[in-house]
Design a protein around this ligand. Structure first.
Ligand code: PLP
Length: 356
């Protein structure tokens, strides 16, 4: 039996994606060749790239004026690619966790960074609200889901300056108003595909304005003009991404996915709130992530942490160890996670309580 996969990343993918990709590793699109050994200029692979781009646009209702790119280098490359392309002198950042901090560090190579808001004072256990966004910023950078700290912005922020969003761990989990964003980027390995490809959605009118000479590979314009085929794309991850996009569409699209994600998250948070042994690390329910659920033992019960891990392992649950900067547990319940696996985790928590 396959284990219940709660890893934070790389993480669970739809069975459909894994099956279709496994088949294409042996025989891709009837070519008798593997998707790993076929030219990216072949008509079969060009069709994969075209369809993947078209499906991202369809599923996320991407308006005119935006381009969808499949790049390499992970979200971490976007930490400097976005400022390289967009920053003239000064940008704003929301500091909501480890990944936001990493983005801030890279932004500082290109100009002044203003931290418009931060939740560092409480170990990033909330999403800052009601802060000012100066109108003279070249852009504002946000992290919509804080994979490590279990907080999420479940809304599209209104910003008077172009909005750049790291959506690595919650892209495709809820409908978006794309028109509120200038750049969205997401490393694929949380909610889309194996590691190796990075999805970028960019509004063309924000490019070419900062007067900076930009190396070819780091220039969004290069990849826009060549439709993500300037150099060899990561063919296998792009193929897998296409399968996940097809799976999303066949399962009712992003709204249906959001409804499932709400149900899964409610089931787990309700049990954490009810069970006297556990508590959520994010006090305000409005800030709780639907993708990464972080929780710890309640005060006085910390010594039971190892025992719960042991029971979880016995019940075939993997990947629920919390990140070292939070401790406790983290259950990542991305799009591909069936509610049945969340039910097993919740039952394990109930069984554990009954045993004490
Ligand atoms: C995982 C993650 C990253 C890092 O992504 P890489 O593709 O490994 O560079 C960045 N931001 C967020 C929100 C993440 O979850």
């Amino acid at each position: 039996m396959k284990k219940h996969n709660f890893y934070a990343g790389p993480s669970i993918l739809p069975e459909f994606t894994i099956q279709k990709t496994a088949e294409a590793v042996i025989n891709f699109a009837g070519t008798t060749l593997s998707v790993m050994e076929v030219s990216h200029r072949s008509k079969e692979f060009v069709a994969v790239m075209d369809q993947a781009i078209a499906l991202v646009k369809e599923l996320l209702e991407v308006p005119e004026g935006y381009e969808v790119l499949f790049l390499q280098g992970g979200a971490s490359t976007q930490f400097y690619m976005a400022p390289y392309n967009l920053m003239k002198t000064k940008a704003g950042y929301m500091n909501t966790g480890v990944w936001a901090t990493a983005a801030i560090k890279e932004g500082k190579f290109f100009g002044e960074v203003v931290e418009v808001a931060s939740s560092k004072d409480k170990n990033y256990n909330y999403i800052p609200k009601g802060f000012d966004i100066p109108s003279d910023l070249d852009y504002l950078h946000i992290t919509t889901n804080n994979t490590i700290f279990g907080t999420e912005m479940l809304y599209d922020l209104d910003s008077p300056v172009p909005l750049v969003a790291d959506m690595s761990s919650d892209i495709f989990s809820r409908p978006l108003d794309i028109s509120k964003y200038a750049v969205i980027y997401a490393g694929a390995q949380k909610n889309l595909a194996p590691a190796g490809v990075t999805l970028v959605i960019v509004r063309k009118d924000v490019l070419g304005k900062n007067g900076r000479a930009i190396p070819t590979m780091i220039n969004y314009q290069t990849h826009i003009e060549k439709e993500s085929m300037f150099n060899t794309p990561p063919c296998l991850p792009v193929f897998a991404a296409l399968q996940t996009l097809i799976w999303l569409k066949e399962n009712g699209g992003i709204r249906a996915m959001e409804a499932k994600n709400i149900a899964k998250a409610k089931l787990l948070y309700d049990e954490i709130d009810r069970n006297a042994l556990f508590q959520c690390t994010v006090p305000d329910p409005a800030d709780r992530s639907r993708m990464n659920v972080t929780f710890v033992m309640t005060p006085g019960n910390e010594h039971l942490e190892k025992d719960f891990q042991t029971l979880a392992k016995e019940n075939n649950l993997v990947g629920i160890e919390g990140h070292r900067s939070v401790g406790g547990f983290r259950a990542s319940i991305y799009n591909a996670m069936p509610i049945e696996s969340v039910v097993v985790l919740v039952q394990t928590m109930k069984d554990f309580e009954a045993k004490q």
